[in-house]
Design a protein around this ligand. Sequence first.
Ligand code: ZN
Length: 492
Amino acid sequence: MTKIGLEIHCQLTKLESKLFCSCKADYRGFEPNTNICPVCVGLPGSLPRLNKKAIEKATVIAMALNCQTPQKIAFFRKNYFYPDLPKNFQITQLNIYGPTSIGQEGKISVEGKEIQIRRIQLEEDPGRLIYEGSSERTQITLVDYNRAGTPLVEIVTEPDFENPKQVRLFLNILSDLLENLGVSDPSLEGAMRADANVSIEGGSKVEIKNINSFYDLEKALHFELTRQQSLAERKIEIIQETRHWDDKRKITISARSKEEEEDYRYFLEGDIPWVKIDSKTVERLKEGMPESISSKKIRYENYGIPTQVADILSSEKYFSDFFQKYLDYSNLVINKKLGVPNNFNEIEEFDKKYHSFAKEGANIITTDLMGLLDNKEKRNASKLTAEHLSDLVNAILENKITRHSSKTVLQTMVKTGKPISEIISEFALEQVSDDAILSTMIDEVIKEESKAVEEAKLNPEAINYLVGKVMKKTKGQADPTLTLNLLKKKIS
Ligand SMILES: [Zn+2]
C-alpha cells in the first residue's frame, strides 16, 4: 500500500515582525542582507524576544485544523550546521516533554478521506541560498539572511495519503484555509513549501525535499512512486534516505542518508521561557476567527446558490469578502424598499428578495468578475464597489437591463467606477420592454424568417430561434420573457 505523509512549511506573511526580533516578517523586496539585526543573524550576546502575535496566529491555525492546543508551549534548539542558518541552530518546537508544540492531533477531510495532522509547530525560517553560475564547477552560492527568523508554521501530517492527487487536493484546501484565516498569503513565492515522505508496501520511507511548487510536488511524488515500484519489482531493497527533487531533470536524486532526531541534539531553548496559553486567550482567539470556508459554503447554499458556485465563491477569500460586503449593502437596500419585516409573510418576502440578490450577485461574481479580476494588479486597480454590484443586480432584477447588457455595465464599473445610471445612458443599455417597440421588431423578424415561423408553428421549441433573432436586432436588450410571449401570440 502506498503511504504519503507531508511536512508543510507555511510563513505567517501577514505578521509585522519576525519571530524573535522586530525586523520585517515580509522580507520580500529588500536589498540582500538589509532586513537583519543582531538577533536574527545570531550575533553573540543577542537575545530573542518572542513575538506574541505569532503564537496567536499559529494557535488559530491549529484550531482551524481541529488540533488540540496545549496550555503551555516550549521552544527547542535544533542544532545543525548549514550556511543559511546563522546561529547554527534553529529555534523550533518538539514534543519531548509531552505535547508542548502549538497544536496536535488535528484532522482535515479531503473528499471524504480523513487526513490526520500529527503536529503543528512554530519555528523560524532560515535564510536563503541563491545559486549562481551555470555548471557545478562555476557555481557560486550567495547567502541572503533577510528571511532568517521569519515566523514559520510547520504542519506535519500522518502518512495518510494514498496517492498524489489526494495530496494536491489537501494542499489546495490548506492554502485556501490559511488565506481565509488572514494569516498568510500562499500566493507569495516561498510562502508555502512542502516536503513529502513516501513508502510502498515492504519498503523503507524516503523523504523528498527541495520541492518549489505544489505542481512539482505532484510530479515528484509520481516519479518517486514509479522508482520505488520498479525497485520492488526487481527485488532491490528500497533504502531509507532523503532525496532531492531536481526540477530541471524532473527526477529525485539521492542526497544523504536520513538523519534521525537524535542527530540534531535537540535541547530546550534557555533564552525563551515556556509560554502559557490560558483558556481566556484561547476563547478570545476562537471568537476572533473568521467564518470557515465550509460554513460559508453551507450559508450560500441556503440562499439557493448552486453548490458548484458556492464552492468556488467560498474558497476565494477576495471574492467571498467582496460578496459579503455586497450582501450587507443589499440588505440595507431591501430594507429601504420593503421596510423592516415584522410578520411571517413580510419576513418570507424579505428572504425571497435577499436570496434573489444573493443568487444573482454570486452568479455575476463567479461568471464575470472573477475573469475580469484574475490577478492582484487588476484587483488593486478595480473601481468596483459592493454598492455598484448591488445597483447592477437591482437593475437586472427590476428588468431595467438584461443579463446580457450587465456584462458591459460591470466592465465599465470596474474600469471607471461610474454609477450605473450614467453607464446605462452612455451605452444606451436600457432594456427594451416597451410592447410597441418590441412588436415592430418582432413583425420585422417574422417577415424576414418566414421559413422559421412555419417551423415554429409545428414545433414549439423552434420558437427560440426567433427569440434569438429579436435579441440580435435589439443588441441583447429585449426583455426575453416579453419577447417570447409576444412572438407566441403573433404566430399562433
Ligand atoms: Zn532581526
